[in-house]
Every structure is written in structure tokens, then in C-alpha cells.
Design a protein around this ligand. Structure first.
Ligand SMILES: Cc1cc2nc3c(=O)[nH]c(=O)nc-3n(C[C@H](O)[C@H](O)[C@H](O)COP(=O)(O)OP(=O)(O)OC[C@H]3O[C@@H](n4cnc5c(N)ncnc54)[C@H](O)[C@@H]3O)c2cc1C
Length: 481
């Protein structure tokens, strides 16, 4: 049995595994992707020189990390299972996962959830049409198979959107337009946070360079887009938009790539029973963690963007910090040694996080793009529920996300609320006048992703006896079984 299971092989997960293994822990990494890398370093090991040139310096930083993990796998101190989809983590640190149609149940004294972020839903009219996807999905195609959507209209807001358009431009892929939905008052709202942001002036300069390159490439950039709808019958054929309530304009296109920021992927941490808090600045739920990233369930920590959006550089740091907390908890060293090892990490994290308030304020997605403008717009894609159907269910008494599940099956499909949870919450808040944190979120239970019954019936259990929780002083008292 391993001392630590790390779920997710992005920067946070890889760093957590490496740090833990450096301190003598035996580590198992489970990740659903075919190779380590997560979102930012997706397919880094398979990247050609041209890919590295197109995707940029930040992407390139993932290679030594992935290679370090591979080296540890070679020497046996880390076990890494790719294509492993984790569908359950219990409050007794049992982990259910599936690989190649085979379900497994394993356990460990400690678990680090490093499952990252996901793109915020963007429920505009026509977003479910063929030819429409998220900008992040387009970047995934670019990173994993060099595929790109030519002549696409990018619409939305946030640094990642600018990065992906910049990567498209560097790849020589024609871009029809960039429709910027960042609220006109966004920058003004962010100004009070500028002093903190200037501690990461390099990131601001980098963003400016991306936009300058996009403009030099002749990509039309339309600012202050306040209304957006995607038109087409069987597939998208155009994007209609308005700025500041002016007249509607339409750009013809067969590809539309939407993005309005990322939010923590909380499905596993919520289903594991961790406490979560509503973050009014990032407009999302985040697991409650202490400074060592330990969650409210003993023995489960959360690192990286899965615990709140802080970006890749911070993900490395929180992964290492979580691992030091775990190693201390398992008695590898005392509190003083832990603090000494972590001091430079906390200092660097403090600097990395300084820019967040500025970016969160500037790129806070506009309210009109967080809830659908038209009653015919699909909100719950799995159950094909329109905004109108959900509003009716709310009016009939479904004034909580879980009541809505009973009223109209919202959030009960294969995605388990990933595509509709925040929208439904915002719609209820709008209709009832309740603050979002009072409205709450879907109650998530395992399996967090669909698992065929035959797989569960043939599940392999990989722990013969109760896991030893190790160190006495970090609160992980409950033993398994
Ligand atoms: C689509 C997308 C693209 C992004 N691209 C960039 C970029 O180019 N540059 C940048 O700076 N930032 C990017 N980001 C922001 C990104 O969140 C961070 O930069 C960084 O990748 C966060 O690191 P992490 O280790 O917390 O999570 P991630 O890098 O997201 O890694 C999490 C890993 O966990 C895996 N995982 C999740 N759930 C499960 C499960 N149930 N079972 C098994 N494995 C699971 C995921 O597949 C992933 O491999 C992107 C975010 C998204 C959503």
C-alpha cells in the first residue's frame, strides 16, 4: 500500500508526488490523461520543437517536471497510472478508479486531490450547436494532436482566452475575430489591486505582448461586447453580438470558441465530503483548506487550481506545500523541519498570488453571461433543460439546486453538474434574491463520473487490511473498516 495517492498529474500533482517521494514516501499518481502534464503541460512529453515554439515558455517548463516523474517511476519510488479515471474518494481515503474498463478500489493514509480547474459555463444562445466549443477544448486539440479550427471566432474574456488566440496566431491558424466580453468597468474595478499585481509585472507584460501579437496579425478585436448569440440551424453559421446595447452585428463562421475564465473542478472534493466555501471574488466554490492544504476530511489535502484559481506557477508551490504537510503528518520530520522546508515556498506563493485580486476583478465575467438571456437557451446540456424550464421549476418551488434535481433532473446527467451547476445556482439567486452562498450547490456523490455496473461488479480491491494513518498529530484519526 502506498503512503500517498495523488489524483491528477498536472503541475500540482506532479510536484506533490515528487516532493513526497523526495521525503521517502511511496506515492501512487492516478490521472485520467494518457500522459502527465495536466491542462497547462498537456502532452508535453510528445511536443515537437515546433509545438514548444508555438505553445510558449510557460508550456516548456513542464518538460523537466514530467521527466522527473518518469525518472521516479523508473526507480520505483513513484507509481503512475495513466488513463485512470477516479470516480470516488471516500472520507476513509478509499479511492475508486477505472482503467481500460476495469474498476479498482485502493486506499492510502493520505490523499492529495490535484484535479485542477475547468472552464466556467458560458450559457449563451446557441452554445450547444455543433461547431461551438470552449477555447480550452480548442487548446487541448492543439496541444494533444496539433489540430486547429480555422477561421474561428473567439468570444469571451480572461487571460487564458488571450493566450489561446495568441497560440493560434503563432501556429499560423487564421482567426476571424476576438469578441471581448470583459466588462467595460473591469479595469477600473481592478485598479485598487494594481500594487499587488505589479509584484508580478512580468505576467502583465506577457499578457500585453500576447495582445500586441494578436493585433499585429490583423485579428479584429471587438471590445465591450455586451450581448452574444450563436446562430445556425444544424450547426453554427455565425456569431451575432452587440456592444454597449448598440446594433447587432454578425460574423459568419463555422467555428466559435467560447471562454470566460476557469473555476475549481470541485466534483471529487465535494463528493469526498470536504467543506467548501463560496468565493465571492472568483464566483465559484472552493474546498476549505489550511495553510498546508489539508481539507476538512482527515488525511485529504487539495493542491493546485482545484483549491482556488491561482495559476500554474502557484500550483507547483501548493503541490509541494501539501506534500510537506503530508510527510510531516506521516512522521517523516517534525514541525520545525517542515516549516524550514516550506518557508521559501510560502514566500514564492505569496508573490504568485499577489496578482490574483487584480485579475479576478478585471476579468470577473459579466452577469449577463453567467445566466442565459433567452428562455430557449439550454442550461443543463445532459438533460437538455432550457432556461425556461428551469425558471418554471424555480417558480414552482425548486428554490435550491438539489430540489431542482427532483423537480426537473437538472444536474443529474453524466457531467454531474459541471456544465450547469454555477448557472443554475446563479439563476436561483437571481429569481429568489438569495445570495449565491445561501443558494448552495448540487450535493455531489460518487461516482462523480459514469461507471458501468459490470465494472463495479468486477471491481478489484487493492488493500487487504486497514491503512495505517501514520503520524499522531495531524488529525487523521479515523482508521478504515
Ligand atoms: C482547458 C484548460 C486549459 C488551460 N490551459 C492553460 C495554459 O495553457 N496555460 C496556463 O497557464 N494555464 C492554463 N490553464 C489553467 C490551469 O488550471 C493551470 O494553469 C494549471 O494547469 C493548474 O494546475 P493543476 O495541477 O492544479 O491542474 P491541472 O493542470 O488541470 O491538472 C489536473 C489533472 O487532474 C486530472 N483529473 C481531473 N479529474 C480527474 C479524475 N476524476 N480522475 C483522474 N484524473 C483527473 C486532469 O485530467 C488533469 O490531468 C488551463 C485550464 C483549463 C481548464
Amino acid at each position: 500500500m502506498h503512503d500517498l495517492i495523488v489524483i491528477g498529474a498536472g503541475p500540482a500533482g506532479m510536484q506533490a508526488a515528487l516532493t513526497a517521494s523526495d521525503h521517502g514516501l511511496s506515492v501512487l499518481i492516478l490521472d485520467e490523461q494518457p500522459k502527465p502534464g495536466g491542462q497547462i503541460y498537456r502532452n508535453i512529453e510528445g511536443a515537437s520543437a515546433q509545438d514548444l515554439e508555438i505553445l510558449g515558455d510557460d508550456y516548456r517548463k513542464g518538460l523537466p517536471l514530467a521527466q522527473a516523474v518518469r525518472a521516479k517511476v523508473q526507480d520505483g519510488s513513484i507509481r503512475y497510472i495513466s488513463n485512470a479515471m477516479v470516480w470516488q474518494v471516500t472520507d476513509e481515503r478509499e479511492v475508486g478508479y477505472s482503467v481500460g474498463g476495469q474498476a479498482h478500489l485502493t486506499a492510502a493514509p493520505r490523499i492529495v486531490l490535484a484535479t485542477g480547474a475547468m472552464e466556467r459555463p458560458f450559457p449563451v444562445e446557441g452554445w450547444t450547436l455543433p461547431g461551438v466549443m470552449t477555447a480550452g477544448a480548442a487548446q487541448t486539440m492543439l496541444k494533444s494532436s496539433g489540430l486547429a479550427a480555422e477561421g474561428a471566432v473567439f468570444a469571451g474574456s480572461g487571460p487564458l482566452l488571450a493566450l489561446i488566440v495568441y497560440q493560434y496566431v503563432k501556429a499560423g491558424v487564421p482567426v476571424a475575430a476576438l469578441l471581448d466580453t470583459t466588462p467595460a468597468n473591469g479595469f477600473g474595478r481592478a485598479l485598487p489591486h494594481l500594487p499587488g499585481a505589479l509584484r508580478r509585472a512580468g505576467m502583465l507584460w506577457k499578457g500585453w505582448r500576447w495582445l500586441a501579437r494578436i493585433k499585429r496579425a490583423g485579428v479584429p478585436i471587438v471590445e465591450n461586447v455586451t450581448d452574444l448569440k450563436l446562430v445556425g440551424d444544424d450547426a453554427v453559421s455565425g456569431v451575432s453580438y452587440r456592444c454597449d446595447g448598440g446594433g447587432w452585428q454578425t460574423i459568419e463562421t463555422r467555428h466559435t470558441l467560447l471562454h470566460q475564465g476557469v473555476v475549481p473542478n470541485v466534483n471529487l472534493s465535494m463528493a469526498a465530503g470536504l467543506e467548501h466555501d463560496w468565493d465571492g471574488r472568483q464566483l465559484c466554490w472552493r474546498p476549505r483548506v489550511d495553510r498546508w492544504r489539508a481539507g476538512s476530511v482527515p488525511g485529504i489535502s487539495v493542491a493546485g487550481d482545484g483549491a482556488g484559481i491561482e495559476g500554474a506557477a502557484a500550483a507547483h508551490l501548493t503541490g509541494a506545500i501539501a506534500a510537506l504537510g503530508v510527510a510531516h503528518g506521516l512522521g517523516r520530520f517534525d514541525g520545525n523541519a517542515r516549516d524550514r522546508l516550506a518557508a521559501p515556498l510560502f514566500k514564492a506563493l505569496n508573490r504568485e498570488s499577489a496578482i490574483r485580486p487584480f485579475l479576478d476583478a478585471w476579468f470577473e465575467p459579466a452577469a449577463q453571461f453567467r445566466t442565459p438571456a433567452s428562455p430557449s437557451t439550454i442550461v443543463c446540456r445532459c438533460e437538455e433543460l432550457t432556461a425556461g424550464a428551469i425558471e418554471q421549476a424555480i417558480a414552482e418551488g425548486g428554490t435550491g439546486p438539489n430540489q431542482l434535481k427532483a423537480f426537473c433532473r437538472a444536474g443529474m446527467g453524466p457531467c454531474q453538474g459541471r456544465f450547469c451547476g454555477l448557472t443554475v445556482q446563479a439563476m436561483i439567486a437571481e429569481k429568489t434574491g438569495k445570495p449565491p452562498e445561501t443558494v448552495g450547490y448540487y450535493r455531489l456523490r460518487p461516482p462523480i463520473k459514469p461507471v458501468p455496473l459490470r465494472e463495479l461488479a468486477a471491481m478489484k480491491v487493492e488493500f487487504p487490511e486497514a491503512p495505517d494513518t501514520g503520524g499522531p498529530d495531524d488529525g487523521a484519526s479515523a482508521t478504515h473498516g
